[in-house]
Design a protein around this ligand. Structure first.
Ligand code: NAD
Length: 353
């Protein structure tokens, strides 16, 4: 028995989470699983009812389940609130409270969409790697920080335990894949990066089967677009990962296709990387695949059920191969499917396979 807390949030969040729930229910039936789903308010939807984006009740629910599925938060209605009341502050708080120190972003190309990228198909075809970004340390959190009229300053700092735990997770991930890990840093310029590199190499001693290499972040940005197939698993600190995970995701297609997992030692949260898309919200136009693929990541990481994750990926692939496309991934001249049509097709594909 697994318990999933869903927090649909705002805009298309509720549409794509509804799609994911439909898929989870189909999986439950097909594989004889027992899954309890409990929905809670978050973001603007919560603010409108309770006057806060994240209530203690929602937070407690997220702490007392096996995995959290988040849609998206925010929208024009809540944009002018004070900084500490904004949806982004609630997102940071939930990640911090759940201790989610590692963010996993797959960069995987679906064959049916190989022509949807800004890269040439021969460069892209077969690309399948994982970017693991440290999420709770580094320059985004280091003290001191601030600015005055003369200068601005931030501090990049990593404690040994922070590097050790993310490195260990990265090696473990590589062990389940092709056993190749690239650690990305800027050790030629930053002492903090040299420290990162030293610790990653220490942890490597526990994973001798994994081939480890180091790469400077400027070179990595170039290599991701020059030859993305060379990578299996990438691990990097918060700032570099923020940028590299976006580049790596986008070479594979649309925002509507990109899932993510944020993992801690006790909790895990899964979410599409896109926002609440107010421009298409409530119109049955959103691509639900990023959220459905986030459910696949949940089965992989939180429930250790790789076969079910694979089942979901296959259903997504089959649906794309059948030519069904939401507007964000459609080619000119294609007929455009709705959120519900894509979800029904993925669910039907799961049921027959
Ligand atoms: P966005 O990701 O919401 O949308 C960017 C563009 O991509 C839009 O044109 C949108 O229609 C399209 N798009 C996004 N997801 C799609 C999907 N699943 N299917 C089809 N098209 C899709 O980014 P934005 O417009 O910069 O932000 C809108 C709101 O979302 C803002 O309030 C922002 O703060 C918030 N936001 C939230 C998160 C989050 O919850 N994690 C992330 C980013 C932005």
């Amino acid at each position: 028995m697994f318990k999933i807390v869903t927090i649909p949030g705002d805009g298309i969040g509720s549409e794509v989470v509804a799609s994911a729930v439909q898929v989870i229910k189909a999986l439950e039936e097909k594989h004889g699983l027992e899954i309890e789903i409990e929905e809670h308010l978050f973001g603007g939807a919560s603010y409108d009812v309770h006057g806060e984006m994240l209530t203690e009740e929602t937070l407690e629910a997220c702490k007392n389940c096996d995995a959290v599925l988040l849609g998206a938060v925010g929208g024009p209605k809540w944009e002018n609130l004070p900084h500490e009341k904004k949806p982004e502050a609630a997102l940071l708080r939930i990640r911090k409270e759940l201790g989610l120190f590692a963010n996993f972003r797959p960069a995987k190309v679906y064959d049916a969409l190989v022509n949807a990228s800004s890269l040439k198909s021969e460069i892209l075809s077969g690309t399948d790697f994982m970017v693991i970004r440290e999420l709770t340390g580094g320059i985004y959190f280091g003290q001191p920080r601030g600015y005055d009229e003369e200068k601005g300053w931030n501090t990049m700092v990593y404690e040994k335990y922070e590097v050790e735990r993310i490195a260990r997770l990265a090696f473990e991930t590589a062990m389940k894949r092709e056993k190749r890990l690239v650690s990305i840093d800027k050790a030629n310029v930053l002492e903090c990066s040299q420290f990162w590199r030293n610790i990653v190499h220490e942890v490597h001693k526990d994973f001798p089967e994994v081939e480890l290499s180091d790469m400077y972040v400027d070179n990595a940005a170039m290599q991701v677009v020059r030859d993305p197939k060379q990578f299996d698993v990438i691990v990097t600190k918060n700032l570099f990962g923020d940028i590299l995970s976006d580049i790596s995701g986008m070479i594979t297609g649309s925002l509507g296709m990109l899932p993510s997992a944020s993992i801690g030692s006790k909790h895990a949260l899964y979410e599409p990387i896109h926002g609440s898309a107010p421009d298409i919200a409530g119109r049955n136009k959103a691509n639900p695949i990023a959220t459905i693929a986030s459910v696949a990541m949940m089965f992989e990481h939180s429930f250790s059920m790789q076969h079910i994750a694979d089942d979901i990926y296959t259903a997504i692939e089959k649906t794309l191969e059948s030519g069904l496309r939401t507007a964000d991934i459609a080619n000119p001249g294609d007929s455009v499917a709705s959120t519900e049509e894509i979800t029904d097709a993925i669910t039907a594909s799961l049921e027959v396979s």
